[in-house]
Design a protein around this ligand. Structure first.
Ligand SMILES: Cc1ncc(COP(=O)(O)O)c(C=O)c1O
Length: 478
């Protein structure tokens, strides 16, 4: 079936495009909508006449805008069928081969990465930031602590959350994962114990292992954190660090309550374990709810990690570390062994985004909420044996299967063109094959198609339950 989009919907999405001249503004607006996926690839655009009526512009404006779209490679005319969206270089251009082995396959649906496409407003922030750049060109361009204005902007986000923060307590990094590597290099030595949640975001565990740390898992159940087990693990291993994801934990989606934060912080104090708090999903509360206080409000020694990837866009490749100022020297020493700072241009973009983040974040969350609900609805309907708790934020459903078949389902789904990560990818110490993580980061129609394919995969796996469950060697997720 060919997807199409109505003229009224295009008019709503394109909104108040720049009218000087109107055809350029319309073409630019459509390029962004197609580029970030709000208008899907291969979608038939409305006829010129329909769009002319819906937008209340001249026919020439639409004709010239469509011509500009075609010239730029964002649309193609098919004789007798209409104008269809595309992107230059094809869909594969937006994917990385390492994260999506079937990147060349235009029909594969990537649910391996829990990362959404860019929200509207991102390209505009880049354009504005380019105007800020000349002021920096006279210097060498290295900022191992971060661009001062971005350190300020990040510190202000903590002030606003009730955690007073001086800009010198902030180091800007090339993403939260890089931040975790820097923290691990700075504060662990080979053989040191580090506590991690299980299931856990696996790349962070790998970063910790690279520094030679010995990992101990502490369970996060389908109901949430097992604080008694965490206290016992802390007592038994007295780890140097504890890596925690209290905000819409990846992959379970749980949100740690204030009371749990307070209790966890008290357990950590007893063993003098420093919390490394990964807040990558902190800005993704999808119910308009107030968030608990930052973990560091209960644990002043905590080292907090933040990310621009989930609230804005992974392609910014920006994150940060917030910690007590006296720890900064050690972090800086560790950091310069890896890189000398994040790109200036992206830092300028993020500074601009943070200066007025509410409208972008609201729209981003609204889109994610709709996608979450459509994904959850499709799974309830087509995969009623899969159990999950609907997270109040974040990016993924953590689905529990009625048997240890996660790896088998993922392998079968991959054959059918859906890439998902099975539970063992997230296990700190093995197991968890009862689970599959399904992010709601693709457009809703694509998610529903993915669930249809997963249902087919599930039926096939159930039929031959137990035999030839081929394990996938791939563990790279985001
Ligand atoms: C908990 C968590 N931390 C860190 C990251 C990676 O963040 P970044 O893109 O900023 O490196 C992710 C991405 O999925 C994540 O879920």
């Amino acid at each position: 079936m060919t997807a199409s989009i109505s003229a009224a919907r295009v008019a709503t999405l394109a909104g108040s495009f720049d009218r000087s001249p109107a055809y350029v503004g319309l073409a630019d607006a459509l390029v962004l909508l197609i580029g970030d996926g709000r208008i899907g690839l291969g979608t038939r655009l409305p006829s010129e006449r329909e769009l002319t009526d819906a937008l209340g512009v001249s026919r020439t404006t639409v004709t010239r805008a469509y011509a500009a779209l075609r010239d730029a490679g964002y649309a193609e005319a098919r004789r007798g069928a209409g104008t269809f969206t595309r992107v230059p270089g094809g869909r594969a251009r937006a994917h990385d081969r390492a994260l999506l082995p079937r990147a060349g396959d235009e029909t594969a649906i990537d649910l391996n990465c829990a990362a959404a496409s860019a929200p509207p407003g991102l390209a505009g922030a880049y354009a504005e930031a380019a105007a800020d750049l000349p002021a920096y060109l006279g210097g060498h361009g290295y900022f191992p602590a971060g661009l001062p204005e971005l350190q300020h902007a990040i510190a202000a986000t903590y002030d606003a959350r009730g955690l007073p923060t001086h800009p010198d307590q902030v180091m800007v990094t090339a993403g939260a994962l890089s931040a975790a590597s820097i923290v691990a290099a700075a504060f662990t030595s080979p053989g040191d114990r580090v506590l991690v949640e299980s299931p856990v975001y696996p790349n962070a565990t790998q970063a910790l292992r690279h520094s030679g740390a010995r990992i101990t898992g502490s369970p996060v159940d389908p109901d949430g954190w097992d604080l008694d087990a965490a206290a016992a693990a802390l007592r038994q291993t007295a780890p140097m660090l504890a890596y925690l994801i209290p905000d819409f934990q990846n992959p379970t989606g749980h949100l740690m309550t204030d009371a749990q934060r307070e209790e966890y912080a008290a357990h950590l104090r007893r063993t003098r374990t420093v919390a490394v708090v990964d807040e990558a999903h902190q800005a993704l509360a999808l119910e308009g709810q107030e968030m608990p206080a930052p973990f560091a409000a209960y644990s002043p020694e905590a080292i907090t990690i933040g990310s621009a990837s989930k609230s804005f866009w992974g392609g910014l490749r920006l994150g940060w570390i917030r910690c007590p100022e006296r720890r900064m020297d050690r972090l800086t020493q560790a950091r310069v062994g890896m890189d000398l700072g994040a790109p200036v241009m992206e830092q300028l973009v993020l500074a601009r985004l943070l200066a007025d983040s509410a409208p972008i974040l609201e729209e981003h969350r609204a889109r994610l909420r709709e996608q979450r609900d459509r994904l959850a609805g499709a799974i309830r309907e087509r995969l009623p044996e899969w159990a999950f708790r609907l997270p109040a934020g974040g990016l993924a459903l953590w689905c529990e299967l009625p048997g240890p078949l996660g790896t088998a389902v993922a392998a079968e789904a991959e054959r059918l063109g859906v890439i998902v990560a099975p539970g063992p990818v997230f296990a700190a110490e093995g197991g968890l094959d009862h689970f599959v993580r399904i992010p709601w980061t693709r457009p809703a129609d694509e998610l529903e198609e993915a669930v249809a394919r997963l249902a087919t995969a599930w039926a096939a796996v159930r039929e031959r339950r137990g035999d030839d469950a081929r394990a996938s060697a791939r563990v790279m997720v985001a």
